[in-house]
Ligand binder design. Structure first.
Ligand code: FAD
Ligand code: EPU
Length: 338
């Protein structure tokens, strides 16, 4: 394990914010993590565990130690007639894992193709897309407790998954390093085609419904809607879709018949924040190098030299305008590192 000093983070965060950190190291195994926990550099500094850097925003140089998780590997833990449990290293790239699962005849995560980042971050905010969430397939999460170096194993239930939320963003925030995640994948195609344009896109591709065609369709839809972080800096949806009461949604719908909401329970509706922000006139906005993407108002972008503070300033203006127009609070999905 090599500790480096004053490392640039520009290419380690998909927003492309040009900041650096005081100390940096990579870890490749649980053993290395346990050793790291005993080092002065770890115990005497602020520490941030980094995956693919696709869901965070640095507002300034990080005055501490960044630990890049590079724990790799795929392992079959068990197999039944219909399912396989696959344990994956936290440092594996998520999209490569999706492709690997399809190549190995397994289904369950194809709707989440092309989500950037690493497997280890997938339980953090319970990633989700096109009708499937990580919580639908996660079996267990392996982690090392920072305080005492002990390994813990959390069941799916222990993780307290909710929409873009889990125990790792609450009780276990900054307390554990996730080393592995196991997934319960199906040997028969799940065929989750109910969400949005998936069916249309499969038809346009001239394919039958299959695990592979769903993956291809999702990739096509995402490439149309979302900016590629290799070309324009961004962290995907900057805000979460707000959840409001059904009665408040009814009142808003009378005034705004076009408002988009999805029922999540008898009493709650999840509102499309992209629509709210769009209605406030932000889509395509640009000031200097900070902007709101032209196809998706939920995505804030860095055209080049934007700073984290500039992005936060724009985010606050957007929050205020949504509050003024709709009386709805929207909250960041992105982890703000200050
Ligand atoms: P990072 O950004 O590196 O880290 C995120 C947080 O998790 C940080 O707080 C970090 O400290 C913590 N963390 C990371 N790894 C570990 C670990 N091993 N142990 C402990 N803590 C850890 N998300 C969705 O849910 N759905 C989408 O459809 C989606 N689309 C996106 C599209 C684009 C273009 C982009 C740029 C992002 C998108 N995202 C989406 C957000 C992002 O890809 C996911 O949140 C992803 O899981 C982040 O993974 P990461 O490895 O990059 O995490
Ligand atoms: N919309 C607008 N204007 C916009 C953007 C969206 O009117 O500028 C409307 C769309 O027309 C659509 C609705 O809002 O009717 C929802 O838009 P979309 O289907 O693009 O989904 P989203 O709610 O904006 C969520 C996730 C994405 C995920 C997609 C697909 C959140 C915060 N975002 O986006 O996840 O990929 O659904 O499932 O839940 C991420 O988390 O980073 C992310 C990209």
């Amino acid at each position: 394990m090599k500790l480096q000093k004053n490392i640039s983070l520009k290419h380690l965060n998909t927003f492309g914010v040009d900041v650096s950190c005081k100390l940096f190291c990579s870890v490749t195994s649980t053993k290395e993590i346990e050793q790291l926990l005993l080092c002065d550099e770890f115990t005497k500094n602020n520490v941030l565990i980094l995956g693919g850097g696709s869901n965070l925003l640095f507002t300034k140089d990080f005055n501490g130690l960044i630990v890049k998780n590079k724990v790799k590997g795929f392992e079959t833990l068990s197999e039944s007639k219909n399912n396989k449990i696959i344990k994956v290293g936290a440092g594996e790239n998520w999209h490569q894992f999706v492709l690997w699962s399809i190549e190995n005849g397994l289904s369950g995560i194809e709707n989440m193709a092309l989500i950037p980042g690493n497997v280890g971050a997938s339980p953090m905010q319970n990633i989700g897309a096109y009708g499937v969430e990580a919580k639908d397939v996660i079996d267990k999460v392996w982690a090392v407790e920072i305080e005492n170096g002990k390994e813990i194993i959390l069941s799916n239930k222990d993780c307290q998954f909710e929409y873009r939320n889990s125990i790792f963003k609450n009780d276990l925030k900054d307390k554990v390093i996730i080393t592995h995640v196991s997934f319960n994948l199906s040997k028969t195609p799940k065929k989750n085609t109910g969400y949005g344009d998936i069916m249309q896109e499969i038809k346009d591709l001239g394919m039958e419904v299959s695990t592979e065609s769903i993956c291809k369709a999702v990739i096509k839809i995402r490439e149309k809607k979302l900016p590629n972080p290799d070309k324009i800096g961004n962290s995907g949806s900057f805000f979460k879709n707000p959840i409001i009461s059904t009665s408040k949604f009814k009142d808003l719908k009378e005034l705004n018949p076009e408002i988009i909401g999805y029922k999540i329970s008898e009493t709650e509706i999840k509102v499309a924040a992209g629509w709210l922000i769009d209605q406030c006139g932000w889509k395509g906005h640009r000031k200097g190098d900070v902007g709101v993407h032209k196809n998706q108002a939920l995505v804030l972008v860095n055209y080049g030299k934007a700073t984290g503070e500039e992005i936060i300033t724009l985010a606050k203006k957007i929050q205020d305008s949504v509050k003024d127009k709709f009386d709805i609070d929207i909250h960041p999905e992105v982890n703000i590192i200050g």
